[in-house]
Design a protein around this ligand. Structure first.
Ligand code: ADQ
Length: 467
């Protein structure tokens, strides 16, 4: 495969962010490293296999970065001004659409200037894709930041096959209708040939909205547009590179890391683990409260049990995220001051991102995994945990509001708003017989190893007619 950037390519991914972050060493040398996050974890193996180009923002405002080749595919950085980052990304994407699409857990904010910036930036992404795509190429647009790209791109390049996948939930019409620009966003998505969602419920919500557009008919996963096109609407539950995670977790290096980690945590009998982006959708507050109460009530003994919670800093320039960070710090401090000792912190809270090997080691030592979002499109952490476990003596507690709950039916399900219910389920999972635990883990492992990221990508691309 060529190491230089190609003029035109047959396959393009268009996403808000590039899959790489820039690192500059002490001598000023620049290198690009894979960045964490659900979307990248999911799509990187697909790009390495298929080649082509990835179009996205490189993360630095007011800066133009030249295209480059990385790990078997081309990278085309899209420039954004500081004001666009504020209005399009932090504003419209993350303070309007993100909360609106996640059940309005936090009140969505509507600003007309943000909408203007959103349209402008979506047009720029579409122009870049139109420029790089060869005749008849496939363009796969990702996620809520780029809702309008399918429509713009179709206007510029009707020859392309355009797919769109939404990584987050799609809300019911009653919530979605608050959006002042609801018609435009639906029209934006209807520019695609295929619109994919994480769950059938999300797909049904979108189909119901599409049907309300003038001149559009929609039924049984297909919409007919006034210009005579068919748009397929379907669910494609995303997954992970299960084998890759398993191999990593069982490697000698990670096993050694896991042993060291257990030691560092004071060799407790039981390790409870949670890992999330620090986001109000992830149910961190409810989860930490539930575990904290179990410690306070003496049902969990801090000499025997440690709760390790990792939270990657996220979107720190958005107000709600700063509030959340402070809230969680306070909550953890309160619990540890009541139930921990200097030698035994009950809750070990780390506000950082860790390399994948370290994460795999954490999955390896975790006897009980807590994945309790209040709303989540899918949640890859739940699947990563299952893939990394080589023995069966562990358990997954999973929120019924994560997309993953539809597939990982053998998990211990919780409603994260029900703190008492969550506490009871945690205790039940810890006390479960090895036989039942093993049966549950085996069943979930079959699911995670059958339905991998390749299955997800191939089924989407097959439906788009390009696999
Ligand atoms: P996210 O909201 O980012 O993804 P999730 O699916 O859990 O949520 O993916 C997070 C990813 O980041 C995982 O691969 C995890 O391992 C990694 N990660 C999290 N914290 C980390 C840390 N401290 N250090 C290192 N890695 C860390 C969005 C949607 C989800 C959907 C995905 C994919 O919100 O619902 O599952 O996209 O479609």
């Amino acid at each position: 495969m060529s190491e230089t950037v190609q003029d035109k390519v047959d396959f393009l991914v268009v996403a808000n962010r590039l899959p790489v972050d820039r690192k500059v060493d002490d001598d000023g040398n620049v290198s690009w490293k894979s960045s964490p996050g659900g979307l990248v974890t999911a799509l990187e193996p697909v790009m390495q296999r298929k080649g082509g180009a990835w179009i996205g923002w490189h993360g630095a405002p007011d800066e133009v970065v030249a295209p480059f080749h990385h790990d078997g595919y081309d990278i085309h950085p899209v420039p954004l001004s500081a004001q666009e980052v504020e209005e399009y990304y932090e504003g419209f994407a993350n303070a309007t659409l993100w909360p609106l699409y996640h059940d309005c857990i936090v009140e969505p904010v509507f600003h007309r200037e943000w909408w203007d910036a959103y349209q402008k930036v979506n047009k720029r992404f579409a122009e870049q894709a139109a420029e790089q795509a060869s005749t008849g190429a496939t363009v796969w647009v990702q996620d809520y930041q780029l809702n309008l790209v399918p429509k713009y791109l179709r206007e510029m390049r009707p020859d392309l096959r355009i797919g769109f996948f939404l990584h987050i939930p799609f809300p019911p019409i009653e919530l979605y209708s608050r959006l002042p620009w609801r018609e435009e966003l639906v029209e934006g998505l209807l520019g695609a040939d295929l619109v994919g969602f994480q769950t059938p419920g999300a797909a049904a919500n979108f189909q119901r909205l599409a049907k309300h557009r003038p001149g559009v008919t929609a039924a049984r996963g297909r919409a007919r547009t006034p210009d005579g096109r068919t748009v397929v609407i379907h669910d494609f539950p995303i997954s992970i590179d299960s084998r890759g995670f398993h191999e990593l977790a069982t490697s000698e290096k990670v096993q050694a890391e896991a042993a060291k980690l257990r030691e560092d945590l004071g060799n407790p009998e039981t390790i409870i683990f949670g890992v999330d982006r620090l986001d109000y959708t992830k149910g961190l507050h409810q989860r930490i409260r539930a575990v904290g109460e179990l410690f306070k009530e003496g049902k969990l003994d801090p000499h025997e049990v440690v709760f390790l919670q990792l939270a990657t800093p996220s979107r720190e320039r958005v107000e709600e995220y700063r509030i959340l960070r402070d809230d969680i710090n306070l909550l953890v401090g309160q619990i540890n001051s009541k139930v921990g000792t200097i030698a035994n912190r009950a809750v070990v809270y780390r506000n950082e991102s860790v390399p994948r090997e370290v994460l795999a080691a954490m999955y390896q030592v975790a006897d009980l995994m807590l994945v309790t979002p209040v709303r989540d499109g899918m949640n890859l952490v739940a699947k990563e945990y299952i893939a990394c476990r080589s023995n069966d003596d562990s358990a997954l507690v999973l929120s019924e509001f994560a997309g993953a709950a539809r597939e990982l039916k053998q998990a211990y399900m919780v409603n994260p708003y029900d703190i008492d219910g969550m506490k009871a389920t945690i205790m039940k999972a810890l006390a479960e017989s090895p036989k039942v635990k093993a049966r549950k883990m085996r069943s979930m492992r079959r699911q995670v190893f059958d339905k991998t990221i390749d299955v997800w990508a191939n089924s989407f691309l097959e439906e788009l007619g390009v696999a």
